[in-house]
Write a new protein. Structure first.
Length: 101
């Protein structure tokens, strides 16, 4: 979020910047709480909440940013690029650079 999404939102001048900044604080606080927990069971419970609740909510904020930031300013692979990666790159024998590696 700090390395890619927030800089992209700032460059574009659009998107949920304040929500993203709050998300970073939320993640840092949740991680600190996990590390400071007394026992493994409590750490596991807190980790579950972080992964299955908090991060899902934060993903929604990141997705909202991706929707409004122009593609040329988005520094991460888009869902389309990830889902159809095999259509964007070639690593098979038909690729002439395949044999040069």
């Amino acid at each position: 979020i700090q390395q890619h999404i927030i800089p992209s939102v700032k460059s574009a001048g659009v998107g949920p910047l304040s929500d993203l900044q709050k998300a970073v604080v939320t993640l840092k606080e949740a991680l600190a709480e996990i590390h400071n927990a007394e026992d493994s069971y409590t750490k596991a419970q807190l980790s579950r909440v972080l992964r299955l609740e908090t991060m899902i909510d934060i993903r929604g904020v990141c997705d909202a940013a991706e929707e409004v930031v122009p593609a040329n300013l988005w520094t991460l692979a888009t869902y389309k690029e990830l889902l159809f990666l095999d259509q964007h790159t070639s690593t098979g024998p038909e690729d002439p650079t395949f044999y040069d590696e």
